[in-house]
Write a protein that binds this ligand. Structure first.
Ligand code: ATP
Ligand code: MG
Length: 451
């Protein structure tokens, strides 16, 4: 019998449920990942106990009941949350997403048969071993994603599975069984009806996967069904000396080249989405894309809002798309200004995006411009190490100092502080109190002072 090392707290949940006369198993992603030798993201338990029966087995533990309607109770253990879900058969599906009603079941096999892919439809028990009714182990060995049952009906039941298929391919580096892939493509139109949040979650994981490049290259049409704004990138040539790829291939290379963090991967995926909208040719036949960053930022903002991105993340991605065309080399003034305007974290993200964008251009552009990004990085580190003044809050004077001199609080006072910052950033003024106060006096004039 195959033995898997399951987390002790999950084992304890299984033992407790079974001591009360129920049947319980580890299921889904944690079994798949354990067999692959990967650390599971979370441990899920499936059981024939009903939600109220699960709760009754753990009277002394805090429980999370948000998924109760679907049969899931989260049990808070010392080793983290373990989710126990009642065996289910899914009822009718509506809106190509999630069953309308949840029907509980007494049968593990029934529960496994509603799961999406064979590699996700295995169960494991510390004493009874592996249950694998659909050949999941075989497919794990082949590194292959295959629907449980008929792919077309499984994708029609729930179109999110189409994106999950690409997600698992991108994260695990698995191939997609030909019929499953054909039907994913065939059914892609159903993706448009999915909720934005669910699409966002799957695509974010997909984009951060080590195999995002080959998966999106081979299945671009599926991605375009989820993000129609990107379709025009494909086949949009870049007839100029800086590029060797069309906009879509360039986008994929740039996305792969940035670190696998959600904000950066999304920003890279969207950074050139404005290009097809602004493309022009000059008399030499060279392509130009004037204003594409601003147009792209607007389009990206709409797309991300549709996917219900949290506001902070949406704004961070939009700022990156808007700023990706930063002109190199960057001098001290420019670096300071950006550090002040963006903050340290977003500044590093911008440099990473610029680096990814450049490394997806022709070799001579990369050879010439990547060292300029390195230079900007060194400069920024130096500026930060010196504790330079980058924002109004770093000025040697503040609003209180000006009010102490008798200036009234209000917009004029705030504006004068901003002007002081501009002049400090540009090197016209030193960040020292006497000079700043004198200059503030000039800016505000005696009119701003009470008589
Ligand atoms: P992760 O490593 O991201 O947690 P996972 O395989 O555990 O991967 P989850 O989204 O946590 O994925 O889902 C847990 C399990 O529930 C899956 O392994 C699969 O068996 C099943 N499942 C999840 N979503 C669906 C779906 N839309 N259709 C069918 N089965 C699903
Ligand atoms: Mg999981």
């Amino acid at each position: 019998m195959k033995t898997l090392s399951i987390s002790p707290h999950t084992a304890q949940v299984i033992i407790t449920l079974e001591a009360a006369g129920f049947e319980a198993w580890c299921v889904g992603g944690c079994v798949r990942d354990s067999l692959l030798g990967r650390e599971p993201a979370d441990w899920d338990v499936a059981t024939n106990a009903r939600p109220e029966e699960i709760l009754a087995c753990f009277p002394n533990r805090p429980a999370v009941e948000t998924g109760r309607r679907h049969g899931t109770i989260g049990i808070v253990t010392e080793g983290g949350l373990v989710e126990a879900t009642t065996f289910r058969v899914d009822g009718d599906y509506a809106g190509f997403r999630r069953p309308v009603e949840v029907q509980f079941s007494q049968s593990l096999r029934e529960d496994l048969s509603r799961r999406d892919f064979t590699v996700n439809a295995m169960a494991y028990h510390p004493d009874r071993g592996l249950q694998d009714p659909f050949g999941g182990q075989e497919d794990l060995k082949r590194r292959m994603l295959r629907c449980v049952g008929d792919p077309k009906s499984r994708f029609q039941e729930d179109a999110l599975r189409i994106l999950r298929c690409l997600r698992f391919a991108a994260v695990l580096g698995f191939g997609i069984q030909p019929e499953t892939r054909r039907m994913a493509l065939d059914c892609r139109g159903l993706i448009a009806a999915l909720s934005g949040e669910r699409v966002r979650e799957e695509l974010t994981k997909l984009l951060c996967g080590d195999w995002m490049y080959p998966v999106l290259e081979e299945n671009a049409l599926v991605l375009f069904a989820a993000l129609p704004e990107l379709e025009a990138l494909s086949g949009c040539g870049q007839e100029n000396p800086y590029h060797q790829y069309d906009c879509w291939e360039h986008t994929l290379h740039a996305t792969e080249a940035v670190p696998a963090k959600p904000i950066l991967r999304w920003a890279a995926l969207l950074h050139d989405c404005g290009k097809p909208l602004v493309k022009t040719f000059d008399s030499q036949g060279t392509a130009h894309f004037y204003g594409h960053a601003e147009v792209g930022a607007r389009l990206a903002g709409e797309l991300l809002a549709r996917l219900r991105f949290p506001r902070r993340e949406l704004e961070a991605v939009v700022r990156l798309v808007e700023g990706h065309g930063e002109i190199l080399p960057m001098g001290e003034k420019r670096v300071k200004r950006l550090l002040g305007a963006l903050g340290e974290e977003d500044f590093w993200a911008l440099l990473a995006l610029v680096r990814g964008d450049i490394s997806a251009q022709t070799a001579w552009v990369a050879a010439k411009r990547l060292p300029l990004v390195d230079q900007a990085e060194v400069l920024a580190e130096d500026i930060l190490a010196r504790g330079s003044c980058l924002a109004v809050k770093d000025l040697a004077v503040d609003g209180q100092d000006l009010m102490n001199l008798g200036y009234r609080p209000g917009p004029a006072l705030g504006k004068s502080l901003k002007t002081l910052l501009e002049e400090v950033l540009s090197g016209e003024l030193a960040n020292e109190k006497p000079g700043l106060l004198a200059r503030a006096g000039e800016l505000l004039g005696d009119g701003a002072r009470p008589m």
